[in-house]
Design a binder for this molecule. Structure first.
Ligand code: SIN
Length: 284
C-alpha cells in the first residue's frame, strides 16, 4: 500500500494514510519526514500503537527529547500522559500558544502525541504556522525584530510560584513536577533558520519569554504583544480534530500549538513523546 498524504487545506497540517507506524522501512521514514517538513503537522489516523510502538516511532525521527517538569508513565520514562478527567475543575493544561520547551538550550525538534481516550466533542489542538507568519509579516513589524534575541524561561509555568507550581489546583490529574530549575533562562533569536528546510521562521513563544535582550521591560512586552497578535491570526492556523488511535507529530521549529477545552464531563488522555534536537539534520 502506498502512503497517501492529504493536506488539511488550512495554513499547515496533513493527514497520512496507507502506512502502519509499527512497521516502517527506511523509505517510509524518509517519505514521512519529507511530508512533515512540508506540512509541519502530520496526523496518522487508525494506528493501533502500544507505548513501545510510540517510543520506536519517535526514535525513527531523532533522539528522545529531555522532558522536564512532567512525571512519566510507569515503565516508559520517555512518555508523559496528557490527561484530564471528566470531572476535573483545574485550569486547562497547555491552553496558551507555545513551542515545546523553548526555554531549553536545544528545544525538541518535534513532538508526537497519540490519542487514547478522545472526548466526543471539543479537545481540538490548534497549530499556527510560524514560517507563514514571518513570510507575511508587515515590513514595519519585521524591522523591529530583525536581529533581536528573546530571553526564554519556564518560570511562569513550572517554578514553585508558577501556574503549575505549589499553589496549582489540587484536582489536576496531569502529573506535573514544578522545580527551581524553571528559573533558568535561555536566549534564542526571534527569527531562526529551520535547520532542515533552510526557511526563516518566527520563534516567539509569549508564555516562555520573559524579555528581549537590550530592550526596556515595557517596550519588550509591547513588542511581544504585537508579535503575539500577528503570529496567532486565524489565517496561519490549523485546527486539529482528534480521533482515538490517531498519532500526530508536529515540528516545534516552525509551529506553535495550544490545547482547547469544550469537553467538560468527558475524559481525555493522550500519550506524548518529544523528538529531541538532532544536530545531524541540515538543509539539503
Ligand atoms: C500539549 O501541548 O502538549 C498538549 C496539547 C493538547 O492537549 O491538545
Amino acid at each position: 500500500m502506498s502512503i497517501q498524504v492529504t493536506a488539511s487545506g488550512q495554513a499547515c497540517g496533513a493527514t497520512v494514510r496507507g502506512v502502519d507506524l509499527r512497521d516502517l522501512d527506511d523509505d517510509a521514514v524518509a517519505s514521512i519526514r519529507s511530508s512533515w517538513l512540508e506540512h509541519k503537522v502530520l496526523a496518522f489516523p487508525d494506528q493501533e500503537l502500544s507505548d513501545t510502538d510510540l517510543e520506536r516511532f519517535t526514535l525513527r525521527f531523532g533522539p528522545f527529547g529531555n522532558d522536564p517538569f512532567f512525571a512519566s508513565i510507569d515503565g516508559h520514562p520517555q512518555i508523559a500522559a496528557i490527561r484530564r478527567t471528566a470531572t476535573e475543575t483545574s485550569s486547562l493544561f497547555a491552553e496558551n500558544w507555545h513551542a515545546d520547551w523553548s526555554f531549553q538550550e536545544f528545544p525538541p525538534d518535534g513532538t508526537c502525541l497519540y490519542g487514547k481516550i478522545i472526548p466526543p466533542v471539543g479537545g481540538d489542538t490548534l497549530f499556527t504556522n510560524q514560517q507563514a507568519a514571518l513570510e507575511e509579516m508587515p515590513a514595519e513589524l519585521r524591522g523591529q525584530i530583525d536581529g533581536r534575541v528573546a530571553i526564554h524561561s519556564a518560570r511562569g509555568g513550572y517554578a514553585p510560584d508558577g501556574t503549575y507550581g505549589d499553589d496549582d489546583e489540587s484536582d489536576r490529574s496531569m502529573q506535573i513536577v514544578p522545580s527551581d530549575d524553571a528559573y533558568a533562562t535561555q536566549r534564542h533569536p526571534l527569527i531562526r533558520i529551520h535547520p532542515e528546510t533552510g526557511a526563516e521562521t518566527l520563534y516567539s513563544v509569549l508564555g516562555y519569554i520573559i524579555g528581549i535582550d537590550g530592550m526596556e521591560t515595557d517596550a519588550g512586552r509591547a513588542l511581544l504583544a504585537e508579535l503575539y497578535h500577528w503570529q496567532t491570526r486565524e489565517a496561519f492556523q490549523y485546527r486539529h480534530r482528534w480521533e482515538p488511535n490517531m498519532l500526530v507529530m508536529w515540528d516545534n521549529r516552525c509551529v506553535l500549538h495550544r490545547a482547547t477545552g469544550g469537553y467538560e464531563g468527558h475524559e481525555r488522555l493522550l500519550h506524548r513523546t518529544t523528538i529531541g534536537y538532532n544536530p545531524d539534520v541540515r538543509a539539503a
